[in-house]
Design a protein. Structure first.
Length: 174
């Protein structure tokens, strides 16, 4: 069954005019195109210095997912490779260190390929919140810490994961 068309009745800005040949009257588009139009209208309302870069947002999100995922895949792999050493370093039982390693490895892989990217981001954020708790309240580490081992790294990863969570990792997901 065909979806009824969505009618946009308010004035639409220049970038939509270029894409949809708008001439000052209501523009009828299929419902499936409505999110694209809404995004274009929203991006036009914002004062963006380089609006041409909006076309590359999905590619930037793929690169972001790749970088975040590789960090967690590498960390999880190292945790699974030597769980005894990791459990002693964290002060947790060996089984929990194996669980963390597997969660980081699988969550990182899911983020990279875009398979349930939002759920993977939530899981990895929860792991990072545990790292915050350990570094700030247990180890009393400062933002930069000693030898650069503060909680700034976790804060950057959580910020990147929040972008993935809020955008579902972009258009190129499974």
């Amino acid at each position: 069954m065909r979806e009824p068309p969505t009618v946009i009745t308010r004035p639409i800005t220049s970038s939509i005019r270029q894409r949809h040949f708008y001439e000052g009257r209501a523009l009828t588009v299929a419902t499936r195109d409505a999110p694209e139009l809404a995004y274009a209208a929203f991006s036009d309302m914002m004062r963006v210095m380089f609006p041409q870069l909006a076309h590359y947002t999905d590619f930037a999100l793929v690169l972001l997912r790749l970088m975040v995922g590789l960090v967690f895949i590498d960390s999880g792999y190292n945790d699974l490779k030597s769980p005894d050493e990791r459990s002693k370093g964290l002060g947790v039982p060996k089984g929990f260190a194996v669980f963390l390693g597997a969660a980081e490895l699988l969550g990182g892989a899911a983020v990279v390929i875009g398979f349930f990217a939002q759920l993977a981001a939530i899981g990895l954020i929860l792991i990072m919140l545990g790292a915050f708790q350990k570094k700030i309240f247990v180890w009393k580490t400062g933002f930069w810490g000693k030898d650069g081992l503060g909680w700034n790294y976790e804060l950057i990863l959580v910020s990147m994961l929040l972008v993935i969570l809020c955008t579902n990792g972009g258009r190129f997901v499974i």
